[in-house]
Design a protein around this ligand. Sequence first.
Ligand code: SF4
Length: 381
Amino acid sequence: MSSLDARLGVLRGTTPPIPHNARTLAALTANPSCDRRSLLDAAGIDKDALAAHLDLPRPLRKSQLALDYGLAFERKVAAQGGTPLVPLLRQALGLTLPEVSYEDVNSVGSDDDKSPLKLRRARTRSLILSAAHRRSERPRTLIDHPVLRLTVAGHHAYLEPDVIAFQHDGNFHIVEIKSFPVIHGQADSTKVAAALTQAAAYVLALRELLASDGLPPGHVSDTVILVNPRNFSHQPTATLVNAYQQIKSLSRHLGRLRRLPELLDKVPPETTFDLAPGPDRKSTRPRGELVAALATVRARYTPGCRHHCDLAFHCRNEARNQSRIEALGTAVRDDLAGIDTVATALALTDGHLHPSRDQRDITQALRHAQRIHADLGTSTA
Ligand code: SF4
């Protein structure tokens, strides 16, 4: 075990790690400068369990009904060796193979394996490279439940796309099975964007795999295939969607992520987010200790956190208690760049604080806004 893994293990404590997934990576693009989230995700800490123990509202939690529905749809689409999927992909990608080869990587290994993800990743790698180098008589056209690996902040994250499709002309496509419907050819644009940002993580991981064997990353298409229920039925339909923007954006954010050792250097070595589960698996960790541990890692709350992070309500309270500017939203934060707190903004405005050279322009703007506000108050009095 590397010293980095050991340190992340101390942060996580006694619970097994929750690996990065495409959803957590997509969330990075929403708030890439939050050290707290970066560290919690890198250590594989269960943020939902953390939020539950801190008694926070958990709006991101999906209902069991929605989870069951999504799972049932995915099983239906991938049933019998991908039988329902094959005609959809043949049509979407123009696959001309008379027989489509299918491999389910989920069946690799046994329940006793200590690292099933690593085994499945090794099998995926071998299938992908064999298809890319055309070593096999029967190119693996569909690879179900593959496992890919992506380097995130110098650390490996294992990702599980639904399906990888290989075209005979040498291109790979990510196929994502999603349970939100396409109604009369239209799907919810927010959900499509979220699905494409997740798919972007898979595209980058697949490109990393090809590049590691000297193959051109361009063999992984920017075009992602979304498979959704059609209209109000359970019948699947496939749509080709270009994820170029999402791939570019995620790639840029990953490149900007500060290296983990740098983040860890700023955290006291004894810090841990261990929930210390008791025999009944309930956390025994005093909440105050956990809140103090969270306070050791810098957060960067924005109101958008509520849409992608389990700790949003904790960080919002913290930002408000510290009268942080970002609690007022990204527009205000950007307008008041260089000013950290509401108290500082007010002190600069009423002259109790002398502006630094960087703060002169924004102080003038604040004082101008205050004069307008005062004039309006006088004229309506
Ligand atoms: S909720 Fe907190 S930890 Fe999560 S991204 Fe926002 S600031 Fe970071």
